[in-house]
Design a protein around this ligand. Sequence first.
Ligand SMILES: Cc1ncc(COP(=O)(O)O)c(C=O)c1O
Length: 439
Amino acid sequence: MHFRTSIDNRIQQVKMPENLAVGMMVRAQREKCQDLQCPFDYYSFAFGESPFQVPRELSQALADHSTTGGYTEPGGIEQLKSAAADFYNRYFGLNVEAERMIIGPGTKSLFYMVFSMLAGEYIIPVPSWIGYTPQLDLLGRKWHTLELLSENQYKLQPMQLEQFLDAHPGTAFTLILNNPHNPTGQVYSEGELEALAAVCRSYRVAVLSDEIYALTTYDFCNYSSMAALYPEGTLLTGGLSKDRSSGGYRLGVLVLPEECPEELRFGLEKIAATIYTNVTTPIQHAAITAYSESSGNDRYLHTTRSIHKLIGQKLSERFANIPGIKTTRPNGGFYFLTDFNEFKENMLKKGINSANELGKALIAHPHHIAVVTGDALVVPPDNYSARIAFVDYDGPTAYEEYLSNPPVTEKDKEIFFTNHASRMLEGAEALEQFIGKLS
Ligand SMILES: Cc1ncc(COP(=O)(O)O)c(C=O)c1O
């Protein structure tokens, strides 16, 4: 290197975010397979990206605002904050005004801003999405994990939280709660959230409620937001990435707690102004459409969540039928968790010594199955679980077909599933063969 300045080695301690890790794993595999002259690509269960098109109204609104090029307020334009506040009041039963909203470039950036502002320590129920811990590490924040157990449907138990808090008196904590949950697809009921809220209220724990998948909840009529049940202590995040298939738009929303100290609100705006100035102006204007009351929005959300439900639940059943494998049944989002721990002994015998090794063995020739495991789920190396994303199908075609000819009977649903999920069904077969070799 020509310059004398060294590179700060903090980044080396930071775990690889899954989008980067999965991309690198797949690239390495492709190179290896080219050597073997293998033409097959891979079964894609790793990337968590909605397969549908950006809603037409949203992409049209973006085109209409392509010439709106000025800077905006760092925390977001007033019309968008107010449309988003109305949206959250309407769909999530909140009671917020525009002043409590901060618009950011995706929720990932909003997390980083919140983690920068909230001192103290963090609690992360695991398995978890990998996004939080690298950011906390970068900021030097201390974090603890609480294990989610299959016998509790991978949901944090109030008693478990209370015991942890009792064991750490005098420490200020922020609980990161992800609902619906990536990677298990589980959704907390109102009663379950109330019980957690009661513990958080009595120990004065802040909750960062990551509800990016909320609008994909299959039974959305019964969805409850932590921000409605614990408004004084919850920082709620959401955005367009998952339910509008618009991850690349980078539009996230943070709802601040009731009676939020001005110091926190202003501090977040200050970070926004310091780092990125404002979310891209045309995107902010377009997003007003996504947060407005319209039959188009309702149709899009209803149709996409119905397809996620049909495909996710049927595919999880298919996986659950593989002898020795346990899976969760998703109720929201587009993931379920697969538990391979039954085969631990056999895997160790074959040199698959950790959950990360399992990920490598699955992607290796001839299996070619890409999943997310181990570090990327924030679980210990001896927890042989994998996250299965069920989005590898032609979303636009499935969407049009579902709208024009919605499957009603069980038989219709089965036909829809086998027609659209054929690649993933082949992947399930490849997994069954992999398991067959282990048994
Ligand atoms: C649980 C969870 N939270 C947040 C995000 C990030 O969303 P955004 O695109 O808003 O940064 C993801 C993306 O995969 C996620 O799975």
